[in-house]
Ligand binder design. Structure first.
Ligand code: ATP
Ligand code: MG
Length: 283
């Protein structure tokens, strides 16, 4: 049995549960429970506040955890980062009132900065040689300048919409973050095997995200051109059709470039194009 700590509610809860589900690990979304068990895998799930996850993994109350990298940076917990999971993307940034006349980092000299991430901020200021007062507040950091609590803020930003609606502008990104899978140091062999098995599944799911399977019919004379348009994991699969002079071409493409690829393929005579979801990718 291996014990995984995830956020009980909040921004990482749903994506963490989805990753487990896509990995074929069934856990009940026990919003009100503290602990749950997978029905088809030797896994227990602890549902916690995200702030508590690094410490609980470091002290061995849980073996592994899913938490924002920003929390690891802040707590400095003595754990291993096993994987960046690619969801919960955000950054820790400095922001100032938009009419502050900010030009360079030296603006912060002698100013006060409100934040829930005092440790990361302290490290940054020290490194930049800036003397500023850190005011730690737990929530609603973005209202601190308007409320007269601080001159500026250091907070989590994703779209930047919250900053704009509070009359602030982002001036410096200090840390990029996404959700990470963390592991306690000195995991026993049996648990390492379970972690390897979880990782194998997570990797297959993460690798498949943003990918589409595309297949089409193409005049065989156009295959050379198709090869320059289509990326693939190794190279596209090409099979002859029953009709002479035509082939079926299969490939995996990135969702970001899907529509331009389809347009290019149409232009060289592709027909009957099918686009399918990719569920898992195992290398
Ligand atoms: P908890 O009740 O578990 O302590 P919380 O309120 O501290 O929750 P959430 O707002 O749910 O935390 O955010 C959890 C994590 O989601 C953050 O630590 C960060 O890694 C990530 N995240 C991604 N985008 C954002 C965002 N726009 N604002 C805040 N957190 C974000
Ligand atoms: Mg929290």
């Amino acid at each position: 049995m291996i014990r995984l700590a995830i956020q009980s509610k909040g921004r990482l809860n749903e994506d963490s549960l989805q990753l487990l589900k896509d990995s074929g690990i069934d856990v009940d979304d026990a919003k009100r429970k503290f602990i749950g068990k997978a029905s088809n895998f030797a896994l227990e799930v602890l549902y916690l506040r995200d702030d508590d996850i690094p410490g609980v993994v470091a002290d061995g109350s849980a073996d592994i955890g899913i938490v924002g990298f920003n929390e690891i940076a802040e707590t400095g917990a003595d754990i291993d980062i096993v994987r960046h999971l690619g969801f919960g993307k955000c950054r820790l940034s400095l922001a100032v009132p938009k009419d502050s006349g900010y030009q360079a980092l030296s603006w912060f000299e002698g100013k006060s900065i409100a934040t829930s991430y005092p440790s990361v901020l302290k490290g940054f200021l020290l490194n930049e040689g800036i003397n500023a007062e850190i005011r730690e507040i737990k929530g609603s950091v973005e209202i601190a300048p308007a409320a007269g609590i601080a001159d500026a803020i250091f907070d989590i930003v994703s779209s930047g919409g919250t900053l704009v609606s509070n009359g602030l502008k982002e001036v410096c990104t200090v840390l990029e973050s996404d959700a990470v899978l963390i592991c306690r140091k000195g995991l026993e062999e049996g648990k390492k095997d379970l972690l390897r098995s979880i990782l194998f599944r997570f990797d297959a799911v993460i690798e498949s995200r943003g990918k589409k399977y595309i297949l089409m019919n193409l005049p065989s004379s156009q295959i050379d051109k198709a090869l320059t348009i289509l990326p693939s994991m190794r190279s596209p699969t090409i099979m002859p059709l029953a009709i002479d002079g035509w082939s079926s071409v299969h490939s995996v493409v990135d969702e970001n470039s899907l529509w331009t690829t389809v347009e290019d393929l149409k232009r060289i005579g592709a027909e009957g194009i099918l686009i399918l979801d990719v569920d898992k990718v195992i290398d």
